[in-house]
Design a protein. Structure first.
Length: 151
């Protein structure tokens, strides 16, 4: 996990519509950058829907929500449509950003060890500096925690 107070790594990734996004374009806004394992799985759906429910409160506080996983643009589009998600989902199949933010880790599931995305959320300030970093977050609790972190 990246340290609080460090500059957030730059990125350029396509969203669920194939439009490219960079961290630089969000300069001047707070960014909730959350990494999740997979579209349409129970925990990831709970987390995304939690952010969607609170979306008006995030925008009131001047924050942008960006979800990142290694799913395809098409998978993200289906996920967005199915759950009416009002925020941007970024596709990182090559894991460039996932690895830059140090969230590709060894995971144990039912005794089996594999590599995967560890659910991690970063709050990045208007200047591109990490203000809060949470790893191994609970999907259901994370959206409210991040809303509170915005003050």
């Amino acid at each position: 996990m990246l340290e609080v107070g460090t500059k957030a790594p730059a990125f350029s990734l396509p969203d669920q519509n194939g439009t490219m996004h960079t961290l630089e374009e969000y300069r001047g806004k707070k960014v909730i950058l959350y990494f999740y394992p997979k579209d349409n799985t129970a925990g990831c759906t709970k987390q995304a829907c939690g952010f969607a429910e609170r979306y008006p409160q995030f925008t009131e506080k001047g924050a942008v929500i960006l979800g990142v996983s290694k799913d395809s643009v098409k998978s993200h589009k289906n996920f967005e449509t199915k759950y009416e998600l009002p925020f941007t989902l970024l596709s990182d199949p090559e894991r460039q950003v996932i690895e830059a933010y140090d969230v590709w880790k060894e995971k144990k599931n039912y005794g089996k060890v594999s590599m995967g995305v560890v659910r991690t959320t970063y709050l990045i300030d208007e200047e591109g500096v990490i203000q809060k970093a949470m790893d191994k977050v609970k999907a259901a609790d994370n959206p409210q925690q991040m809303l509170e972190a915005l003050g």
